[in-house]
Ligand binder design. Structure first.
Ligand SMILES: Cc1ncc(COP(=O)(O)O)c(C=O)c1O
Length: 366
């Protein structure tokens, strides 16, 4: 980490991470998973950082999850156990996948025989065997097979091909985004879908060694889905406004904010900061606006231009001055992190700059 002498010299907007909170969040996820006999395979798309991934592994992560080949390349020497939770379509991605270091227990999530057969052919030609997690749709309606019969068919096809090995199932309950206390019905539906798939597999003598599920909104209720062996939460390493709104995190858990500076107070009832959609991301997560202030949660980022964020002062007695600094909690942390060049990091009293090695899509050339 490159040290930062004087915080006031730091130019804003910049993503700002509190490493002590990150450690606490990691320890809590690990403790929860340990208590329920679940593996913790964090999705690193949230932080895209080797430092944070290493910290998660130190705290007991059993392996890592990635979505892009760049993320895979960056994380490959930190763990022996990597899951690409995204179908690798096309020669370029397959070449990169199969060039990952041979020590890796490499697994891929996929939902079609097209991806499976291309992967199998490329892996066999490269002299490797890649693990396959057949992806099922748990109700989100994005990717994943929608019937138990289709899951069984793809699992059987995997068993018949060289270059690949059936290791289990994967699903993402990304549609379960209601407050934690109101998730019972949705979680019961996910559990019923999984049960149907597990029964259909068992009837054909197929026993998934891995059943990979989980998300941040459902994190603390993951154990209610019978049959899940590991979870892949991402945003819970930093949390965001959505996590706060859903009751999965409290203010003291928020480990990522965007440090911004007030640049104008000319229009009554509002203040404008230098964090716009190119720092916060214009993502609507149902809470109204695009973020809140960490220290004054009553102040909402009402609207965004690319480099302007408009703070609504209607519910506060705070009178901001031009030049004043604020910390903004974005609606969705992952997309905000992805907009930063590097992050300002605080570890106790020490500040430094942390690179985001896994950002971008091109090959990683350290
Ligand atoms: C396949 C998959 N797994 C895990 C995650 C992690 O989700 P969250 O950030 O809600 O924990 C995501 C997020 O988009 C995902 O797409």
């Amino acid at each position: 980490m490159k040290p930062v002498e004087r915080l006031t010299d730091i130019e804003t907007p910049v993503g700002y991470v509190d490493l002590e909170r990150v450690r606490r969040n990691a320890a809590r996820a690990a403790e929860y998973c340990g208590a329920h006999g679940l593996g913790w395979r964090p999705h690193i798309k949230t932080h895209k950082s080797r430092t944070v991934a290493a910290l998660q592994l130190e705290h007991g992560a059993s392996g890592l999850t990635v979505a892009t080949l760049r993320e895979a390349e960056v994380m490959a020497d930190l763990t022996d156990d990597l899951l690409l939770a995204y179908p690798p379509v096309g020669r370029a991605k397959l070449d990169r996948l199969l060039s990952l270091p041979g020590h890796l227990d490499l697994k891929v999530g996929l939902d079609s025989v097209d991806v499976l057969s291309d992967l199998a052919g490329a892996a066999e030609a490269a002299g490797r065997t890649v693990g396959v997690l057949v992806e099922m749709d748990a109700g989100m309606g994005r990717v994943g097979l929608t019937t138990p019969e289709a899951v069984v068919g793809l699992a059987q096809a995997t068993q018949e091909m060289a270059g690949v090995r059936f290791r289990g199932l994967m699903f993402y309950p990304g549609h379960v985004r209601m407050p934690a206390g109101e998730q019972s019905g949705a979680l019961a539906d996910v559990a019923a879908r999984l049960d149907g798939v597990l029964s259909a597999l068992a009837a054909e003598g197929l026993r998934p060694e891995i059943v990979s599920g989980g998300s941040t909104p459902t994190l603390w209720r993951s154990h209610e889905i019978a049959g899940v062996t590991e979870v892949r939460p991402g945003s819970c390493i930093y949390y965001d406004r959505e996590g706060l709104d859903l009751g999965v995190a409290s203010e003291g858990d928020l480990a990522y904010t965007v440090l911004a500076t007030v640049v104008s107070t000319s229009v009554p009832g509002q203040a404008v900061v230098d964090a716009g959609s190119k720092a916060l991301a214009k993502e609507d997560r149902g809470g109204g606006g695009f973020g809140i202030l960490l220290d004054r949660p009553e102040v909402v980022v009402r609207s965004l231009s690319e480099e302007h964020g408009v703070l609504d002062l209607a519910s506060t007695d705070w009178k901001p001055a031009v030049g004043e600094r604020v910390r903004i909690v974005p609606n969705h942390v992952c997309v905000s992190v992805n907009l930063q060049d590097s992050l300002l990091v605080k570890d106790g009293d020490v500040h430094g700059m942390m690179p985001l090695e896994a950002r971008g899509r091109g090959p990683w050339n350290p």
